[in-house]
Structure formats: C-alpha cells, structure tokens
Design a binder for this molecule. Structure first.
Ligand code: ASP
Length: 474
C-alpha cells in the first residue's frame, strides 16, 4: 500500500514480524497491568495490541498517537483468534501523543443505537468511528464506484448540472436562494437535474449520468431529510425496455461488487394495477422471512402508472402544480404510453391515461424511478394544459424545454436511483440516516453544525430581505 512515508498500516504489520515499525492511529482500548500497559491501536485497516513497559499509562482512549515498536509473533497460546492481527503484538519502544482525547461525550464502541439521535448527530465525527458506521460509509463508496465503473464501460459521460437554478417540478416545494445582484429575485435549489439532463440529450451527449444532490423542501418525517443523493441517468434513442435493461444490469453489477445477494437474476415486472391488487401498494417486499434474515435484496419493476391524479388540497406543491384539479403522479416530463398518446393529446379521460413511468422497488422501498420523456413539444405542452396552465404559464415554466424540443432533440428517457436508500439496504440498516455521513436531525437541523441559524442584519440587507417575525400569540 503506497501512503505516508514511514507509516505502516496495522494490517501490514502482520507481515513484518521482527521488524521495527511506525504505527499511527487511535487508542481503541487501554488496560493497565502495573508496569505493563496494553493498548489496542486502531487505524483504518484494523487494530493491534501494543505493549508498553513502564510507559503509556497517561494515554486516554481515543487519543491519536504514533508508536515506534517491534513487531513480535505472539506465542501460540496467546493468539487472539477474534482479531485479524491476533497473531502479533507490538512492543512499544517510544510513542508520541499527536492529539490527546479528553473524556468523550458519547461512546464509540457498540452500535450506538441506545444514544439519542440529537446527540449522535451533534457528535457525528465520533459516531462515525464505530465500525457499524464506518462499514456503512465504505459500502456506500464501493457501491457508487461500481455503478460508475459500469456506466463508464457503457459509454456514459458524467456531467455536473447547476445547483443554483430554477424550479424543477418534482412535486415538492423548492428551497429558494435570494439573489444579491438582482433585488427581489431568487434561485431555486434543484429538486433533481431532470430538465438539465434532458437538455444534455438535446446537446448530443446521448448517455449522461451524475451522482446528483437533490434538495426538496418536504414536510419532515422521521426518515426523510431535505437533501438526498440520486444516481441520475439519461439515454437518447433508447426505448423503455432498453433503459430498464441497462439499469437492471448496472444495479446487478454494483450489488454483486459489494457482496450483496439478489433474490432474482431477472427483476420481476408488475403493472401498477397488479401491484395494488397483489400487494396493496406500489412498493412491496417479495422476500421470504429467511431471505430477510439473510439480507437478500429483492428488486422488482412497477410499470404502467396513471399519468395524472386529483390534486391533494392539503399539499401546497400539488395545488400549485395542478391548477385544473389534476396534477402529475410522478414526472410531468414523461411521455404517455404510446397507446394513450391520442387520448393525451385530445385531453380526454384524463384519469385513464397511463405514463411510461417505471419504478424500481427493493425490499419494500422505492429505490428509483424514471420514464421515457415527451420529446415532442406538443405532448409536453398538453401535459401542462391538462394541469390547467395557460399558454403564458406554460411558456414561463417550461418554455425553454419546448424551445429545445424544436431544434433536434432525440427521443430519450432515464431514471434516478435513490442512493441513500440503496446504501442503507446494502448496509443492512433500516434508517436512511445510517447510510449518510452527516444527515439532518428529524427536526431539520444539520448534524454537528447548528443550522438553520439566524444571519446578521448586514447579510439580510445585502440580499434585500427583511424577516417578518410571527407575532407571539398572547
Ligand atoms: N427526476 C426524477 C426524480 O427525481 C427521476 C427521473 O425521472 O429521471 O424522481
């Protein structure tokens, strides 16, 4: 392993019996036996027992230290089979404290589940030291690497799209950012790269992907934050089955790469109607109890969703999007299924129009969703007419897309997979927060740093903003 000059990693020490090494890491445990002090030194590769004679008594656990010592084979009867490095120990010659740890506010051993969420997230940098969390982060990283590997091999191009943008209509409220230069004007943070990725198809990229951050101002629920990460992709000249096949092959490759077990080599496909009839919902778990215990992953597709639904009057984003009382179920940029195109263009039997949307379900969760897009301007225009938009409102909100659809936009479609959720499932966790390094608390506060927080009067003045405080009710 190439790395830091002179530093030996704990696992490498196994191969260096009889040699003097320099180890750097954390004091995982410490036991004093009179003149002898034993510590377990931990680095990213594991931990190893180090023995100091008349020294190290002052060390506190979780301090960062450097040790110079001799690697010794342990006598047969002393071998610790529980530890990868159980066959050796380090006889410490000298050591340096690089950063002394005082008493920790939370323990870093154990699974941490007994600690309150607020406290775990306030000290997330400690919480992440526990092996369970560390493994979850590493699995997530390896999974994303495997996805990239597959996509690059299939000729996809990774492209970043703007974070300061305009409302993207994913059916949630926007987070808005005031403009300092243009008084009274605002950017929106992207709910997804949907429109930009489609414009990349107009641009001739043909195969795009991005590990994309998406931000939606949704009502908080226990297991949902404002931001999440998607593996977002889009393909030109591809039919629905081409896209589904590509995604299925990619997911299989990446799941296997991180050691996951699949229930089905070919993901079963359900229509929305079948899913509702058989499972009472459009996400469902096909695993047996034994498969659940074994951590098997069960993927399935759901297709043939209704394109439109009646607006839920309690939902501000739906009321905003569905001016006619109809709004889209998944994505307004989708194409209706070919057999419903005529009906769509005629704006007839709205409730019966089916969309080309396909959702990927895994172990009872929605793991992703996408569709073949409307690349004909008339089809997209009609979708917005059905939702009650006037010509002017259509131009204002998607005029740029309609324009792009008149200068040579190939047929295209894509998908976005929820990476937080997949990482959670792969790590065998049941909360999204366990698969995200710095998630928000359930009440919408950031981990470690205390946001949202007030800003200074000067900052507000720069942004042409004044905060109107709600009057306290007497
Ligand atoms: N933009 C969609 C979403 O975020 C996914 C897609 O249709 O590609 O749910």
């Amino acid at each position: 392993m190439r790395g830091i000059t002179d530093r030996t990693m704990v696992l490498e020490a196994l191969e260096k019996v009889g040699e003097e090494v320099v180890l750097q890491g954390w004091v995982a445990t410490k036991r004093d036996h009179g003149k002898l002090t034993f510590i377990d030194l931990r680095d990213r590769t594991g931990s190893v027992q180090c023995v100091g004679f008349q020294m190290m008594g002052e060390l506190t656990t979780e301090s960062v230290i450097e040790i110079k010592g001799l690697v010794k084979a342990r006598p047969e009867r002393m071998i610790n089979k529980e530890q990868a490095t159980g066959a050796i120990e380090i006889e410490v010659k000298e050591y340096t404290v690089l950063n002394k740890a005082k008493e920790l506010p939370i323990p870093v051993e154990g699974d941490g589940k007994e600690i309150s969420e607020e406290v775990r997230l306030k000290y997330r940098y400690l919480d992440l030291r526990r092996p369970r969390m560390n493994t979850a982060l590493r699995t997530r990283s390896a999974f994303i690497q495997a996805l990239r590997e597959y996509l690059f091999a299939e000729d996809f191009v990774e492209v970043e799209t703007p974070m300061l943008t305009k409302s993207t209509k994913e059916g949630a409220r926007d987070f808005i950012v005031p403009s300092r230069f243009q008084e009274g004007k605002f950017y929106a943070l992207p709910q997804s790269p949907q429109q930009y990725k489609q414009l990349l198809m107009t641009a001739g990229v043909e195969r795009y992907f991005q590990v994309a951050r998406c931000i939606r101002d949704e009502d908080l629920r226990a297991d949902r934050g404002f931001e999440f990460t998607q593996l977002d992709l889009e393909m030109s000249f591809a039919k629905q089955e081409d896209i589904m096949n590509t995604v299925e092959a990619m997911v299989k490759h990446a799941v296997k790469k991180v050691g996951g077990t699949l229930k089905d080599e070919t993901f079963p496909v359900f229509t929305y109607e079948e899913a509702i009839k058989q499972h009472g919902a459009d996400k469902f778990d096909l695993r047996t109890e034994e498969e659940k215990e074994a951590g098997v992953l069960s993927f399935a597709w759901v297709v043939k969703f209704p394109f439109f639904k009646k607006v839920d009057k309690e939902d501000i984003a739906e009321v905003r999007d569905g001016k006619s009382g109809w709004t889209f179920t998944h994505n307004p940029f989708s194409a209706p299924l070919p057999e419903h195109l005529e009906q769509h263009l005629a704006q007839e039997n709205i409730g019966e129009i089916l969309t080309s949307q396909y959702d990927l379900v895994c172990n009872g969760y929605e793991a992703g969703g996408g569709s073949v897009r409307a690349h004909n301007p008339e089809v997209l225009r009609t979708t917005f007419k059905i939702m009650g938009y006037s010509d002017q409102e259509i131009t204002d909100s998607v005029g740029h897309m309609l324009e792009a659809f008149e200068v040579g936009t190939p047929p295209h479609g894509g998908i976005a997979l929820g990476l937080d959720r997949l990482a959670m499932i792969l790590a065998n966790e049941t909360s999204l927060k366990e698969a995200i390094a710095f998630p928000m608390t359930s009440s919408g506060r950031t981990a470690v740093m205390d946001a949202p927080s007030p800003v200074s009067e000067e900052q507000l003045a720069d942004l042409h903003i004044s905060v109107v405080k709600k009057k306290m009710r007497k």
